[in-house]
Every structure is written in structure tokens, then in C-alpha cells.
Design a binder for this molecule. Structure first.
Ligand code: LMR
Length: 398
């Protein structure tokens, strides 16, 4: 059956990790996939999560199925993090949350749901966006379109062009927006710019689909969700795909959520009934462990405080590595100005390195960077920063 079928290309991001694992270069560095490393180069299990897991082992009495949307306790905790505990969206029951296998699962469940009820809509994504966004919405049979986002000249958001692009999106279409720590560029909207985007969504009647995978990696747990609170106040339909992969370090537990907000509790109850059907025919019901561990942390005041501290530690280490990279390149006499990297936020730096340089670094130095020049700054450590700076300097002078 497969004899005449050609092999598919490797995934733009996870394929790099496969290649990295096979590379025999002892100095190799993986700056591809967005996975946090500590200064020893280890992706740690957070201490708060480890404590919660130990407690779970003791008290867990059954491995029976979770409900299709996951546990109500997990959904309540996700909503508190997304909106803030006192948000009207929660008290008025305008939000329904499904525990999904990661943020990717949330995007795909949301895409399948939207396709069922809005089959002719287009999905608008930023230029550029996370490589897998296009794959997910294409797999759900959506036609895609782009709105302007990044200006390579200013290394910032091209906001006038973005807003003009969003004003031209027809009512009923879907617009995918990154809430914070834009992947891959690391440049975000200001509060005023978000106000303008929300106003356009309300005026034009398109549906925002918010991707929120990096809460806490920008400024703080509370500040990073500011855009979501603005959409909530607007009283319109929107969806949020969120993930605990990065901020709880629960990468391989596939712990995410799809939250659907509507203008009324009645509509939300209807949507929930349909999204349950979408999940049932896909993976039936979610895996329990990651959600239980995250919920246990969020339910315990001391563990919660410890977790907030651990997120801050990850955020600050990444910031320190941004400075080390910029200063390290300048110290090596690299003429190109990389100072903008210090201003970007989240895990990634859209470095401006060309695809030729990216390929050269992989071939000659065993340094893996995503095509387009996205560097996972969280993969830099005090043990590899000099090697990376030396290698980039050499590549740029070559
Ligand atoms: C990334 O962008 O590297 C992460 O979101 C991991 C992934 O699944 O691509």
C-alpha cells in the first residue's frame, strides 16, 4: 500500500530535535524546540509539581476515565489563571473549559468545532506565526490567510499594517492571535494596541482565537493575561487555547485547555454540548496526570507561591541569556546590531539570522536553530553561550 508513497518532510521544529539527537558533535546545542533548560542544560521538573505529584501518588485511588471535558476542578483552575478569579466571565458562567492534550490539542479541537459550525470561514494568522498553526488549521480543512505582524526593519510589530489587515477581515472569519510572547518573533502588542484590536473585533464581527502558551514568560502571570481580560469585557464570542507545557514544565504530560467564551451562559452550555462530541470522536477524554498535578499546585497556597517563584526564575534566566547573547556577539566584534534581542520577550528570539547562516551553524557547529532564524533563548546556558557566540560570529564573518 505504501510502496508508491514518498516520505513526508520532517517537522520544521520537532524534526530538528530528531536530527540533533543523531548528531555526534560533542559540542552540539539545540536552540530549536521551545523547551526550557536550566543553567545545567536540564529541563527540570518544577519543585512545586514534584511535591504535588508525590501527594497524588498517595491519595490517587483510581485510574478510571475523566469526564469528556476533563475534571471540573481543572477547568475552574484554568479559568482562574486565564481571567483572574473574580472575573465576571467566571461568575456568569460564560466560559466552558475542556482539558485537552496540550495547547496543540486545544487548537485542533477548537478548529474542528469551528469548522462544523462555520465551514466557509477563513482563518487569519500573523506573518510570521508558529509553524504548526498553519498545519493544524489546514488539517481541519480551513482556508488560511495572513495578516501583517512583524516588521523586520524595525524589529517590532508593524501595528498600522496589522490593524489595517484586521479591519479588512470579513465578519464570521476567525483570527488567530498570540496573547503574549509571540512565537516566533518575541514581540507583543502594548495595552493600547490590544484595545484597538479588541475594538476592531467587536466592530467587524470576526471571531478571535487566542493562543496562550507562555503565561508567565513575558512579565508575570497577571500581566501576561491582560489581552484576555480585554476580550472578556467586550462580551463577544472568542476561544482560548492555553498550555501548561512551559509554565508548569509539563511538556510530556500534554496538559492544555480549550476555553470557549460566549456572550451568555445559555450559549456556552450549548457550545459545551457540541465540543464534547468533537472530543469524543477524537481522543474520547483527556489524560489525567498533568492536569491533576497542575491543579494540586494551583489549589494549595504554598505550592502556588512556590510555582510563581519558579516561573519568575525561568523568565529571569531567559532574560539574562538574552543579554549574554547580545553582549557576547558585540564583544566578538560582530557589526550587526543584535540589541533588539534584549527587548523581545518569552522563550524565543527572532534573531534575523539568514537561512544560510542557520544551515551553516547546523552543518559546521552542531547548533540547531529553526528556519527563519528563531532561537530558543531558553536553550542557552553559561556552559554553551561562548561556543554559540563564537560560532555565530564566525558564521557572520565567513
Ligand atoms: C515550539 O514552538 O518550539 C513549541 O511550541 C514546541 C512545538 O510543539 O513546536
Amino acid at each position: 500500500m505504501w510502496k508508491k508513497i514518498e516520505a513526508a518532510p520532517a517537522d520544521a521544529i520537532l524534526g530538528l530535535t530528531e536530527a540533533f539527537k543523531k548528531d555526534s558533535n560533542p559540542r552540539k546545542v539545540n536552540l530549536g524546540v521551545g523547551v526550557y533548560k536550566d543553567d545545567q542544560g536540564v529541563t527540570p521538573i518544577l519543585k512545586s509539581i514534584k511535591t504535588a505529584e508525590r501527594q497524588l501518588v498517595e491519595i490517587e485511588a483510581s485510574k478510571s476515565y475523566l469526564p469528556i471535558p476533563g475534571s471540573p476542578a481543572y477547568a475552574a483552575n484554568v479559568q482562574k489563571l486565564l481571567f483572574g478569579a473574580d472575573n465576571e466571565v467566571i461568575s456568569s458562567k460564560r466560559a466552558a473549559t475542556m482539558h485537552t492534550p496540550g495547547g496543540t490539542g486545544a487548537l485542533r479541537v477548537g478548529a474542528d468545532l469551528l469548522k462544523k459550525f462555520n465551514p466557509t470561514a477563513k482563518v487569519w494568522v500573523s506573518t510570521p506565526t508558529w509553524a504548526n498553526h498553519k498545519g493544524i488549521f489546514t488539517a481541519a480543512k480551513f482556508e488560511l490567510a495572513d495578516y501583517p505582524y512583524y516588521n523586520p526593519e524595525t524589529k517590532d510589530v508593524n501595528f498600522d499594517a496589522m490593524l489595517a489587515g484586521l479591519e479588512a477581515v470579513p465578519a464570521g472569519d476567525i483570527v488567530l492571535l498570540h496573547v503574549c510572547c509571540h512565537n516566533p518573533t518575541g514581540v507583543d502588542l502594548s495595552a493600547e494596541q490590544w484595545d484597538a484590536v479588541v475594538a476592531v473585533a467587536v466592530a467587524k464581527g470576526w471571531t478571535p482565537f487566542l493562543d496562550f502558551a507562555y503565561q508567565g514568560f513575558g512579565a508575570s502571570i497577571e500581566e501576561d493575561r491582560a489581552a484576555i481580560e480585554k476580550f472578556a469585557v467586550a462580551g463577544i464570542d472568542f476561544l482560548v487555547a492555553s498550555s501548561f507545557s512551559k509554565n508548569f514544565g509539563l511538556y510530556n504530560e500534554r496538559t492544555g485547555a480549550l476555553t470557549i467564551v460566549t456572550p451568555s451562559a445559555e450559549e456556552t452550555a450549548v457550545v459545551l454540548s457540541h465540543v464534547k462530541l468533537t472530543v469524543r470522536v477524537n481522543y474520547s477524554n483527556p489524560p489525567a496526570h498533568g492536569g491533576q498535578a497542575a491543579s494540586a499546585v494551583l489549589d494549595d497556597a504554598a505550592l502556588y507561591d512556590q510555582w510563581v517563584g519558579e516561573v519568575a526564575e525561568m523568565r529571569e534566566r531567559i532574560k539574562a541569556m538574552r543579554s549574554a547573547l547580545v553582549d557576547g556577539l558585540a564583544a566578538r566584534g560582530v557589526e550587526q546590531d543584535f540589541s533588539f534581542i534584549k527587548e523581545q520577550c518569552g522563550m524565543f528570539s527572532f534573531s534575523g539570522l539568514s537561512n544560510e547562516v542557520v544551515a551553516w551553524l547546523k552543518e559546521n557547529k552542531g547548533i540547531y536553530i529553526v528556519g527563519g532564524g528563531r532561537i530558543n533563548v531558553a536553550g542557552l546556558t553559561s556552559g554553551n553561550i561562548d561556543y554559540v557566540c563564537d560560532s555565530i560570529a564566525e558564521a557572520l564573518k565567513a
